[in-house]
Design a protein around this ligand. Sequence first.
Ligand code: ZN
Length: 412
Amino acid sequence: MRRGTNLPRVGGYNRAVIMEAIRCGDGVSRADVASRTGLTPQTVSTVVRALLADGLVVETGSLPSNGGRSGTALSLNAGSRYAVGVHLDPGSTVAVLVDLAGRIVAQERDRLPVPQPPDTFAERLAGTVDRLVTAAGVARDRLLGVGLAVPGPIDPERQLVVFPPNLAGWSEVPLPTVLGEKTGLPVVMDNDATAAAIGERWVGGPHRVGSLLFVYLGTGIGAGIALGDGIQHGDSGNAGEIGHLVVVPDGNPCRCGARGCLEAHCAPPAVVAGHVRRHGPEEAARLGLSLAPADTFTDYGRICEAAAGGDPASRATVAELAELCAQAVRGAVNLLDVSTVVLGGPALPAVERALRTAITRQVNELTLAHAVRRVAVEPSLIGTDAGAIGAASLVLHGRFSPGWSMLVGHPS
Ligand SMILES: [Zn+2]
């Protein structure tokens, strides 16, 4: 648990530290908060009073006496604030409205069949934000902002989406700024896998404290990295590109310019193409694959379904996918020494069992430190919409999680 500080100019920081202690220890007393954060009971009491007055925290009953005075349980007031999260994935956008606890209260999916100019697209997204808020009956002044999760690469310094794959013709687009102008709301942006890791931590509370690697399987493959109390963005904001670790020397060409990357072998489009290449066009007919780009996820699902049903060719394809993913995750675990690997994203459910088995084996039998640690491999608590929930969590995390930038006077 993160500690408070007695340095000057820390009011906002201590408030965020206390919010985090209450969020991660749902139903904690003021005394518990003081001992977890290292802050004095007086400071905790003052800050909690302000949080109660703002409606961010509620008292949820009495706690049994623990030798001394019995305490009052404190919890986040989930319905007090909301955030919108939008995940831009090739071919579609998923938008969610979540409450302060990260729970979805309204949701919308939108297919984007034709390229659109940024302005038109931002206008459309602004309409989505309005509809979500109206559908949930949430007062506009309770909406903190909009988070965008986009496939990498991004330029967070200049808040640019760089070559978004679903928006042909865009090169470097300041989408957060344009959307901010259309909605009148603060807009933040991050890489989708990093956003998913932030969402997992936010929603998971006490179950997701400490270091973790979030492996996101969508149209591409990425990872979000949490080490200790912090999310690792990297110097350019593009840390965690696990999809571009080489798993097959001189393998398939990849969109990054290299060959043999994990994504070029194990992302759904590569899995479908590889399976058909290996077994010929009659295999596509046998499994009923359409091979149209718009149907990639359906085709991928058919192969995984056939594998689950015992079809030998499909089983071999899924087994190879699982072993190659495990190989990349093993490399990341060797490098980062995380104790938890979380798997999520829309391409996961079809292969979850095979993937968990292969990753659990490789990270616990074939890493150098396997004798001294056991790495847990678990499915995401935020499900297949991890990108969108993660996007919304960017807003909550930026507003309410303690960070060094707050301490030095630049609230994030
Ligand atoms: Zn690559």
